[in-house]
Design a protein around this ligand. Structure first.
Ligand SMILES: [Zn+2]
Length: 206
């Protein structure tokens, strides 16, 4: 059984924390200034199994800034989403990809506003898990001359994790399994055209 601070209990009052802790969904809660206040056991297991390594929760514990864990253009996107949900009090939902080199995975994310602008509860539920299909995402070899630009930088989509070709005139993004597991040391994160249009359309200006 975990122990939680009085601040966390007050922020999540109305929720049974041991039940949230054991929930199979990957659950965490953020304070109004977007710091981690609570996470479920499955949150630890998920991150340890997906590149976080052992003891992930001792390095990413309560008080960590959630935005520091988000790379590239998704960081400013989620900062706006988090603040919008806190201030509007409306639930925000989103489907996103979180694949490994071998497994295609999609999650459904619900961002729930806590009453009285006390923060956010984020619930990530696995909705698709299967082997990659070569027909829809053919694997490519990690060839430096195809993907590393004149400045020594590779470009990876933050969402689908495909790599941008730099040796072709057209805009093309390839699935390079070796670099899903371990991207080149100098990798810049952006969004490919498909992910930008389908998963991260621009906010309305109102
Ligand atoms: Zn993409």
């Amino acid at each position: 059984m975990r122990e939680w601070s009085d601040e966390t209990r007050a922020m999540l009052r109305g929720y049974d924390l041991p039940t949230l802790w054991r929930d199979p969904s990957v659950i965490y809660a953020l304070t109004p200034d977007l710091r981690l206040a609570f996470h479920s056991e499955s949150w630890v297991r998920f991150h340890e199994a997906n590149g976080g390594g052992p003891g992930f929760d001792t390095r990413w514990g309560p008080g960590c800034r959630a935005l520091d864990a988000i790379q590239g253009p998704l960081r400013s996107h989620f900062e706006r989403v988090f603040r919008l949900v806190i201030h509007s009090g409306e639930v925000w939902q989103h489907t996103y990809e979180c694949s490994s080199a071998a497994v295609f995975r999609q999650f459904h994310l619900r961002i729930l506003p806590l009453p009285e602008q006390r923060g956010l509860l984020l619930v990530n539920s696995l909705i698709v898990e299967r082997a990659h299909s070569d027909a829809e995402r053919a694997p490519h070899s990690a060839v430096d001359t195809h993907y590393i630009d004149a400045h020594g930088i590779a470009h990876q989509c933050s969402h689908c994790r495909r790599m941008r070709r730099v040796d072709l005139p057209e805009d093309r993004w390839d699935w390079v399994p070796d670099w899903v597991t371990a991207p080149p040391p100098r990798t810049s994160h952006g969004l490919c055209e498909v992910c930008l249009l389908h998963h991260y359309p621009p906010f309305e200006s109102n």
